[in-house]
Design a protein around this ligand. Sequence first.
Ligand code: HEM
Length: 275
Amino acid sequence: PEYQQLNYGMTLAAFKNIFFWEYFHRLWGRLLGLAFGLPFLFFLLTGRIPNGFGLRLGLLLLLGGFQGVVGWWMVKSGLTQDASVSQYRLATHLGVALVIFSLLIWTAFDLRDGRSKGPAGHALASLVLLGVTILAGALVAGMDAGLLYNHYPLMGNGLVPVEYGDHGLMDPFDNPASAQFHHRWIAALTFGAVVVLGLKARKGQMKRRANLVLAAVSLQFILGIVTLLHGVPVSLGGMHQAGAVVLLGCLLALIHGNGQPALNRQNNLPDNAQA
Ligand code: HEM
C-alpha cells in the first residue's frame, strides 16, 4: 500500500535502500537474540550464572523475543489502507527496546559493581520523566509531527498550537501538533529535573557520571531543537534518537552508582540517599 499511496514511481534502487534497512534491522535483532541466548544457555548449563541472576537473565531473553513479536505487530499495521505504521505500535516498540536496554545496563552494573537499590525520589522522578519524554518523542516521529512546526519555542503565533485539542479525548495521541507540543515541554521538564539531579550528584562520589549526565541531557535538548529547526532530516533524527539512548544509559549509571550502599558509606551518606 505504501508504494501506491506514498512512494508511487519509486525506483528499484530507492526501494533496495529501504528494504536493506528493514531487512538488516530484522537480521540484527535475530543476531542479538543468538548473541545473548547461546552464551546464556551455556553458562546456565555449566552452572556459572551467579546466584539470583538466572531468572532475571532468562526474563531478559524472553523480553527480547517479545520485542520481535511487537516489531512484527508494528510493521503489520503499515500493511493496511493507511500505509504508515501506527504511532502507538511504534511507541510500544521503542518503549520495550528501552526497557530491555535499561534492564541490561542495570544488570551489567549489578554484576560488575554489586547490587544497587532501585531508584527512588528525585532519581525515580527523573527516570520517569525521561521515559515519558521518549514515548512522547516516538509519537512525534510516528506521526511525522516534526514536519509541522519548525520554530522554537513558538508554534505558529503562540506557545500553544491552534490545533491543540482538535481531536477530543485522543488528542495527545492522535493530533500531531499536540504531540509535538507535549514532547517539547515534557522534554523541558525532564531537562530541568535531570540537570538538578546531576548538579546535586556532582558533589558526591559520582562526579564523573554526573558530568556525563549533564553533558548528555544538554546535548540532547539542543539536538532536539536543531533537528526541528532543520525540518527533521534523517541524519539529525537518527542522532536525536541515539542521543536519547545515551542519555538514558548515563542516567542509569549515575542512579546505580548513587544507590550502592557501600559507596554511600564511604562517602558518609545515608544508605537511602539518592543523588
Ligand atoms: C531530554 C530531551 C529529549 C529527549 C530525551 C528526546 C527524545 C526523543 C525520542 C526518543 C524521539 C523519537 C525518535 C524516533 O523514534 O525516531 C524524539 C523525536 C523527536 N524529538 Fe525529541 N527529545 C528531547 C528533546 C527534544 C526537543 C527539546 C525538541 C525540539 C524542541 C525535540 C524534537 C523532536 C522531534 C522533532 C522529533 C521527531 C524526529 C523524527 O521524526 O525522526 N526533542 N525525541
